[in-house]
Design a protein around this ligand. Structure first.
Ligand SMILES: [Zn+2]
Length: 485
């Protein structure tokens, strides 16, 4: 069994062609040329913008001219990951696909089903002579995977439609109707270097063995944040005895929940035992507070030689108070989508830098712009109280779920008619290209759906073959039933 034997042959044949065209993120020249040639060969009007985003227009089929214009949107780039024992050049080599039961896979590399199958579906609709539909704009964006830069730079004239179907979801049976926007807020502490008291007990405290996770899709799990745990310990200890900080470090990426944090701390010799007593108390408390997957958390202290220098006492105290006071986790739940996080903030990292600076990075997300901004302001207020300089990035916009969306209601009705069950309606707490589209054309009515892809962004990526046929049947039926203008 090969790809060309799969049904529906139109979409699979096109997917097969696309897998032969190299298309790493930021190197989309070949696939863009492929799309423009494709449009030309089929007598369709095409345009590209400066970011190499492409649109191809197809007029309505006879009798359907009055329907709303549908933008079929997919991204052309793919994540390029391979197993270390595989020789493969993503800039020149075609993806080697094979069928394993109900799954299409690639030999040791990412498959590029994300979002090659979306591209293939759009092309199939463009060339089909059988489907009935209103006016179609197929929109192909670049560089989705490394920061949505194609969508961000998209020519707004490419979004002159009424409905946008995003073809980049990875769970068949789910309709995504919202996503979060995000921004980072960074606090910078400037400290004086002071002589470290040599007659103190000096030790390193380490928080480790937390699970960590994505600050968007995992934030509702209430996982432990190593930065917060470290701050809680240092605060508790500072209430027992004067403490001096000489080093602090925690977390890493702005979009990850911190798994590890550490600090080098001095405490008067007479209070030495309090360092381990407070640690044991905290460890016991955490085991009753943290979710099961985080109960392997380790809190350790190890004595160390006295450092030459330490952070001045006032800045050290302000830093501990700020880290303890800074919010982290879910800030609000969606009213329209029960069980979905609307707003969150992540206390991502604490890093010592040159010039006596300590940089604290935080990251806010929300599908509601005002809630995102208010949370960033709350974080800024804590930094200001602690005497730190604070700055928020512009960030990227979200897509707030619209319970009155016409395309959602039509999609639900078509899905139920075809499959005799209800689809799952979800909103994700992470960024999607749709947020940027909504910002450029606020009138767009949008929905996202796709066939099932597992293991995306890794060599385990696989596409569930039967879901492609169902998705295709759904798209064909949906296009027929688009509301009139
Ligand atoms: Zn994708």
């Amino acid at each position: 069994m090969e790809i060309k034997d799969l049904k529906p042959s139109l979409i699979w044949g096109l997917f097969d062609q696309i897998t032969a065209v190299p298309r790493p993120s930021k190197k989309e020249g070949k696939i863009v040329a492929f799309l423009l040639d494709f449009a030309k060969a089929h007598g369709l009007e095409a345009e590209k913008d400066e970011a190499l985003n492409v649109i191809i227009r197809k007029p309505a089929t006879p009798g359907k001219e009055q329907l709303q214009t549908v933008i079929l949107q997919s991204h052309v780039d793919m994540v390029c990951e391979k197993n270390s024992d595989v020789q493969f050049n993503f800039e020149t080599d075609p993806i080697q696909t094979y069928i394993d039961g109900e799954w299409l896979k690639a030999k040791g590399t990412t498959l590029g089903g994300d979002d090659g199958i979306g591209v293939a579906a759009a092309l199939a609709i463009l060339v089909s002579k059988e489907i009935e539909h209103g006016p179609i704009i197929a929109l192909f964006t670049t560089d989705e995977e490394t920061g949505l830069t194609g969508a961000n730079a998209l020519n707004p004239a490419f979004l002159q439609g009424d409905i946008l179907l995003n073809l980049d979801s990875e769970e068949w049976g789910e309709f995504c109707v919202g996503c979060a926007g995000g921004k980072n807020t960074i606090g910078t502490f400037t400290y004086q270097l002071e002589t470290a008291p040599p007659d103190y007990f000096w030790f390193e405290v380490q928080i480790s063995n937390l699970k960590g996770g994505h600050s968007g899709s995992d934030i509702h799990k209430e996982l432990g944040n190593a930065n917060k745990i470290l701050a809680r310990y240092l605060y508790a200890l500072s209430q027992q005895a004067p403490i001096v900080l000489s080093k602090i470090d925690g977390g890493n990426l702005h979009n990850a929940i911190a798994r590890e944090a550490s600090a080098t701390v001095g405490i008067p010799i007479a209070s030495k035992e309090k360092a381990s007593v407070q640690l044991n108390l905290l460890q016991a408390d955490l085991l009753t507070e943290l979710p099961a997957e985080d109960r392997k958390v380790q809190l350790n202290i190890q004595s160390t030689t006295a450092p030459a220098h330490a952070i001045d006492a006032k800045t050290g105290t302000n830093l501990i108070l700020a880290l303890y006071a800074l919010p982290h986790g879910v800030m609000g739940w969606s009213f329209d989508m029960p069980g979905t996080v609307e707003t969150s903030t992540n206390l991502a990292s604490v890093k010592m830098k040159e010039d006596h600076k300590i940089v604290v990075t935080t990251s806010q997300r929300s599908s509601t712009a005002s809630a995102k901004n208010s949370t960033a302001n709350m974080v800024t207020a804590v930094f200001k109280l602690a005497g730190a300089a604070a700055k928020s990035s512009d960030g990227y916009p979200g897509w707030k779920p619209n319970p009155d969306s016409a395309i959602l209601h039509v999609s639900e009705a078509v899905f139920e008619r075809l499959f005799h069950k209800k689809p799952l309606i979800i909103s994700i707490h992470a960024g999607l290209e749709c947020g940027l589209f909504k910002e450029k054309n606020p009138k767009l009515d949008m929905i996202s759906c796709g066939p099932t892809i597992m293991g995306a962004h890794s060599p385990e990526e696989r596409l569930e073959i039967p879901t492609v046929e169902k998705w295709w049947a759904f798209l064909v039926e949906l296009l027929k039933n688009i509301p009139a203008k």
